[in-house]
Design a protein around this ligand. Structure first.
Ligand code: HEC
Ligand code: HEC
Length: 480
């Protein structure tokens, strides 16, 4: 027993490092379709048609999201607790085993009945701003900048030594281990907060059979090298959207894509079906989320001036707010929005990987059954609703712009900038993060807009405003 404990401590120390930086999975990218290479000379604002969604129970959905077993492989609970037993913060107010586990992890029963701990959706879909914790806010500080597989051998050795290779604990850890090895070196981002969920999903899809979802250690297709980052959209916006994801790829049943996260840990399609039955409740919960209110004072006279300007220059794409809200749900072609094209191009270009990916989704488990995913890549980005926009810096689909004032004046945007990653280091004038302009990239806190996929160009729709007008529009945006 003593021997066991000593080993525990040494391996657990490393596993903590390993774990805590690793994140969940993602479902986010679950969407590519046959449509490739839209003509690049089309100047279009494309309305996105509504598609039917399943209904569910809000309270059950919240419970399942926070504590449910949609993840099914991970670190044995005892090992996890040896280090984190003292985490009594319990900001989610969870019960039983989860009382002592940080909000971005959940203790679940693996298929063989072993208790394991695995990352959950909140590792990417929750965050704090001005010291307020908000479920549904994208995690703007997540660290995906290192190889999460680097410490896997130590973790595996520790688990083997404690439990033995033939133990139920080792078995329950296997799929998590394999997934981490597969994604580790392939999903590294350049900056804290930049999210590689799309790429994580691409890697997992390359390793799974499209019908049975069973894992293959050798990928079925070569995985491309580039890691194109994205921000994480706020989930209170989903209820207004006719398509999910920045590129509007997910047009059919939203819920089916929610299994994507489970792809990190599930063993087979039976588990996917079980998760799919519970996830309509989670969608109902997301649809019940409201944007957080701006916590500081607002100059209402200025905001009213800004509202008139907004309705004139912005509402045609972003909609109207207030008593009679409306939202047009449009996809804006690259030639018009002119923001970094890489995330969109990733979906639309002709490649072996994309052919595999579309076929995987459209003809396998995800694209069949009563509620199939429908993936449609048309090129461009959605003009998202702006509710709670004050809380969701940095801006654009790749988080390349630190404040709203900079977003509305493309020439003032910093090419290299860093922030403290203290969630209260907030700029109420420019609205967004306080930042420092840098001349060189200094580690993973600097955002370098010259990197592929990290560009901050385009969306010049605020450029013709004067500084006074911009301040008025930004004051109005605080009210949304
Ligand atoms: C590793 C981080 C990560 C994890 C874990 C994760 N997501 Fe996401 N999620 C993302 C990112 C990034 C996007 C945006 C991707 C894009 O649009 O290209 C996203 C998009 C979404 C969207 C679409 C939102 C919109 O407005 O377009 C939904 C819904 C969603 N995730 C639900 C979930 C659920 C449910 C889980 C858990 C089962 C989950 N996510 C786990 C990172 C993550
Ligand atoms: C022609 C359509 C169009 C017009 C007009 C337009 N936008 Fe946008 N807006 C977009 C699109 C598309 C995006 C997403 C671009 C991206 O992420 O690459 C966007 C992104 C944004 C974002 C960032 C959203 C986020 O979550 O990061 C804000 C804020 C915004 N717009 C505000 C405005 C304001 C204010 C105006 C008026 C001055 C305006 N927009 C005019 C299409 C438009």
């Amino acid at each position: 027993m003593l021997y066991r404990k000593t080993i525990f401590l040494s391996f657990v120390f490393f596993s903590a490092l390993f774990l805590f930086s690793c994140s969940g999975d993602d479902n986010s990218f679950v969407e590519i379709e046959e449509k490739v290479n839209p003509p690049s000379d089309v100047w279009e604002i494309i309305p996105i048609p509504k598609s039917a969604q399943r209904t569910g129970d809000v309270a059950k959905g919240k419970e399942y999201l926070l504590s449910g077993d949609y993840m099914s492989s991970g670190i044995p609970l005892e090992a996890f607790l040896a280090v984190y037993g003292s985490n009594t913060e319990n900001i989610l107010g969870r019960s039983e085993d989860n009382t002592n586990i940080p909000h971005n992890y959940t203790a679940v029963l693996a298929k063989n009945g072993t208790k394991v701990v695995a990352p959950n959706c909140l590792s990417c879909h929750s965050g704090s701003i001005n010291n307020e914790f908000i479920i549904g806010l994208g995690n703007h500080s997540m660290d995906l900048t290192f190889n999460r597989a680097a410490l896997e051998p130590i973790l595996t050795r520790g688990i083997t030594q404690i439990y033995g290779e033939n133990s139920a604990e080792f078995e329950a850890y296997q799929q998590f281990r394999k997934s981490i090895i597969a994604i580790g070196s392939k999903t590294i981002t350049a900056t804290l907060g930049a999210n590689s969920a799309n790429k994580i999903a691409e890697v997992l899809v390359a390793h799974r059979d499209k019908n049975t979802l069973v894992w293959s250690d050798t990928p079925y297709i070569d995985i491309e090298e580039d890691v194109i980052p994205s921000d994480v959209p706020a989930l209170w916006l989903l209820k207004k959207k006719n398509a999910a994801f920045y590129t509007a790829l997910s047009r059919g049943d939203f819920v089916k894509s929610f299994i994507g996260a489970g792809m990190l840990t599930l063993n087979d399609v039976e588990k996917a079906k079980e998760i799919d039955e519970k996830m309509p409740d989670v969608l109902a919960y997301f649809e019940s989320l409201e944007a957080p209110k701006y916590p500081f004072s607002i100059d209402n006279t200025l905001a009213n001036q800004g509202k008139a300007l907004f309705n004139n220059s912005c509402a045609s794409c972003h909609g109207n707010y207030g008593d009679q809200p409306s939202y047009p749900n449009v996809l804006v072609a690259l030639n018009i929005v002119k923001t970094d094209p890489e995330l969109s191009n990733r979906n639309t270009r002709e490649s072996d990987y994309n052919r595999y990916f579309y076929e995987w989704f459209n003809t396998g488990y995800f694209g069949s059954g009563p509620n199939p995913l429908r993936l449609k890549a048309e090129g461009g980005y959605i003009a998202s609703p702006l509710d709670g926009i004050w809380a969701t810096a940095p801006y654009l689909h790749n988080g390349s712009v630190p404040t709203l004032m900079d977003l509305l004046d493309s020439k003032s945007r910093p090419a290299l900038w860093s922030r403290t990653f203290n969630n209260a280091d907030y700029d109420t004038k420019k609205v967004g993060w306080n930042y420092t302009v840098e001349t060189t990239k200094k580690g993973n806190k600097t955002y370098d807009t010259s990197l592929k996929g990290y560009g901050n160009e385009g969306h010049t729709f605020g450029d013709s405003l004067t500084d006074e007008e911009r301040l008025a529009v930004v004051e109005y945006l605080k009210t949304l």
